[in-house]
Structures are given as C-alpha cells and as structure tokens.
Design a protein around this ligand. Structure first.
Ligand code: COS
Length: 372
C-alpha cells in the first residue's frame, strides 16, 4: 500500500470481509458443506480482496506481502479452508503471472483473477514424484504455435473448481527442462477427478488434474522454455510465507479456544495449566514474527528462500502443537468433531505437508547453510 490511509482502508476491508463473509460460514466449511472455493474467491473479489498483490492497474488492491499475510492470518483465524483457498489463489496461483507474465498474459488473465471472477490453481506435484519436484513427468511437446500437454498432477488445491491452472511440464531434461504454462480449465483434454476426502480443511478442494493432449497456445508459456522450475520454486518461496500466515491464524484460533476454556475453569475455581498457555502464546507470537520478517524480505525485493522455509517450518509445526495442546486444555468438550480446537487440529496437519513438506523445508535450510 502506498499510504497509511490506503493501508488502513485495506485493513478495514479485511476485517469486514472476515466478519461478514467468512465467520458466518466457518462451521459449514469445516464440515465440507460450505460454498465452493470459487464462491469464496468471488466473495473476496466483491470485497476487493481477490487480488491483494495485483497492481491497481490490473484491478487488484496493489497491496504488499505484509497486507497479504495479514489477510491470510485473519481469514485462517476464522476458517483455515477459506485461508488456503485464498492463499493459493493469491500467491502460487497469481504471483507467477505477476512476476513472470508478459503484458499480453497479464492483460488477458489478471483482471479476472483479481476480481474473483476466475479461481487460480498451481499444478506442480505428481503422484509418482511427490516432493521430488524435478522428477515431474507431464510432457509439453511443441507443435507449431501450440504445445501439446499430456500427464497428470496430484494434490492440486482448487482442482475441479479452478478456471486457470499454472502447469509445470517437461520440455527437456532435468530442472532446466521444465516450462510453465497457463492452462484454462475449459480447454479440451483438461479434466479433474473427485476431490480427495481429507482429514481436515474439508471446505478446500484438493484433487487430480489430468491433461490429455491439451493444446496450449505457445503464447501461454510463462517465461522462457526451460524456466518453469525457477517459476515454480520462486512461487513456492513466497507461497510458503502465506502458508506460515495461515498456520499463525490457526494457532491463534486454537489458543483463543484454550483461553476460553481455561477462563471458565479458573472462574469455577479449578486449576488452569499456565505453563501450557504460556508456551502456546510464545510459539504463536514467534511464528507471527518469523512470518512478518519473511514477508518484509519479499516486499524489499530480497530472496526469501531461507527465511520462508524457516517461517513455514516453525509456524506449521507450531500450529499443530498449539492445536494439540488446545484439544487437551479444552477436554472433554474438544472430543466433539465440531469443537473449535478439534477442527483446528485436523486443519493444522496439512500445513506441515503442503507447499513443501517440513522435511523439504529442513533440506532447503540445511543446504542453504552448508552452501554458504
Ligand atoms: N528459487 C529459484 N531457483 C531455485 C530455487 C528457488 N527457491 N530452488 C532451486 N532453484 C533452482 C536451483 O538453483 C537449480 O538451478 P541451477 O541448476 O541452475 O543451480 C535448480 O532450481 C534445481 O535445484 P536443486 O538442484 O536444488 O533441485 P533438487 O531436485 O535437488 O531439490 C527441492 C529441489 C527439494 C528444493 C525441490 O524439489 C522442492 O522444493 N521440492 C518440494 C516441492 C514442493 O514444495 N511441492 C509442493 C507443491 S505445492 S502443494
């Protein structure tokens, strides 16, 4: 945001959106019978928040990564499914277009994404390769003015509801033989499977994307041939900061539930576990600072690979630990499926897994240190 006034206006829009559009549907999202991901992004668009990072010239809010993480944390505090839907749309779904897109690609797609008319998704992972992203096998074969894409992507957030997929496909060998493509869901040969039945995040759709002889115009290749792995890795660098923010929101929601239960115990003359509460607060506050630090680096134009990995690892381990502690402090009520602490524990686990498992974050951190 360019001015304090504009920043305050955006913060006000975020608070109103969470209160009016997210909080009322949080229970339904947790059960998996809330609005579809696209409808969540449409609602964000109506509030002027579906393109927080997109310049105003392309219909976005022209916000910073500091604004973005504030948005994701606040949404996650109310509902983690909505947070991941919006996070993926805004970060790995839109940012590669902002960073690597040419003017023609930006003018064809950014406005629809920023207004929430289209939902964006990011398609890197494949079932056989898992965390080994370089092992991807989806092929893109050049044929005149088009590429023909064949392959299947797995665990794709938004699959089945997205309008635009950023697809990484092989145009050569190794990491430098990967290219990124903007693939519209409506094109012949694009299909999706049934969304996975997950342990948590029931309101967010996750599934397979199948590409069967999909003809993608060459003008929809994002950046140069062979630059796709760089596109994917830099998208994930910044995307992991968004996941950290989601984890902070989940942890804060779990801590708030534990505080409510602990105050009731105290008021009834029962003991409260002060040590557990203090530890939950310390880890949540530290996660928030790590996340803000990483977002500030992105806003300063600095490479964030190391700090994003640190923030993602710490914050997502924290949200699982804090949600677990909250379930214990809220027992026995937290044994209920729809108790806020139980919902958050189920939602928290996926944060350790997606956008690079926490084992991968450790690989990134250790390599960075050893290479220095
Ligand atoms: N930004 C820009 N470029 C990067 C990068 C980053 N963050 N990370 C790696 N690269 C580049 C490397 O510099 C290297 O290029 P050069 O050969 O020119 O040096 C190239 O990409 C290959 O990198 P590397 O040799 O490190 O690849 P590896 O296969 O050894 O491992 C990891 C890469 C493990 C970091 C990668 O596979 C990864 O992040 N996996 C997890 C994927 C993931 O997050 N999946 C979730 C998808 S979304 S739910």
């Amino acid at each position: 945001m360019s001015t304090d006034t504009a920043g305050r206006a955006l913060a006000g829009r975020i608070a109103a959106f969470v209160e009016d559009a997210i909080a009322p549907i949080a229970s339904a999202m947790a059960r998996g019978d809330g609005p579809s991901p696209k409808r969540i992004v449409e609602a964000a668009g109506e509030a002027g928040l579906a393109g927080i990072l997109t310049p105003e010239a392309y219909g976005g809010a022209g916000g910073s990564h500091a604004d973005f993480i504030e948005f994701i944390e606040r949404v996650a505090h109310a509902d983690a499914s909505c947070a991941v839907i919006l996070d993926v749309h805004l970060s790995v779904g839109t940012e590669p277009l902002l960073i690597f897109g040419n003017d023609d690609q930006k003018s064809r797609y950014l406005r629809r994404l920023a207004r929430g008319e289209w939902l964006a998704a990011f398609a890197l992972t494949e079932a056989a390769g898992g965390s080994d992203a370089v092992a991807l096998q989806t092929r893109a074969v050049r044929d005149g003015d088009t590429y023909v894409l064949d392959g299947a992507k797995a665990f794709i957030t938004g699959a089945g509801d997205a309008d635009l997929y950023i697809v990484m496909a092989r145009t050569g060998e190794g990491a430098h033989g990967v290219s990124a493509f903007l693939v519209e869901a409506a094109w012949p040969g694009v299909s999706t499977g049934t969304p996975l039945a997950k342990m948590g995040l029931h309101g967010s759709w996750t599934g397979e994307l199948v590409l069967d002889g999909v003809r993608v115009p060459a003008v929809n290749r994002l950046s140069g041939e062979g630059v796709g792995f760089t596109v994917a890795m830099s998208a994930l660098d910044s995307g992991r900061v968004g996941i950290s923010a989601q984890a902070v929101g989940i942890a804060q929601g779990a801590l708030d539930a534990a505080l409510d239960a602990s105050r009731r115990r105290r008021d009834a003359g029962l003991d409260v576990d002060a040590v557990a509460i203090a530890d939950m607060e310390v880890r949540t506050a530290a996660s928030r600072q790590l996340t803000r630090h990483a977002a500030a680096l992105v806003d300063a134009g600095r490479r964030v690979t190391l700090d994003a990995a640190i923030a993602k690892l710490y914050s997502t381990d924290t949200c699982v630990a804090v949600a677990h502690a909250a379930v214990e402090l809220c027992a026995p009520e937290s044994g209920a499926d729809d108790h806020p602490a139980a919902v958050r524990l189920r939602d928290a686990k996926a944060c350790q897994i997606y956008e690079g498992t926490n084992q991968i974050q450790r690989v990134v951190i250790a390599r960075h240190l050893l290479n220095d």
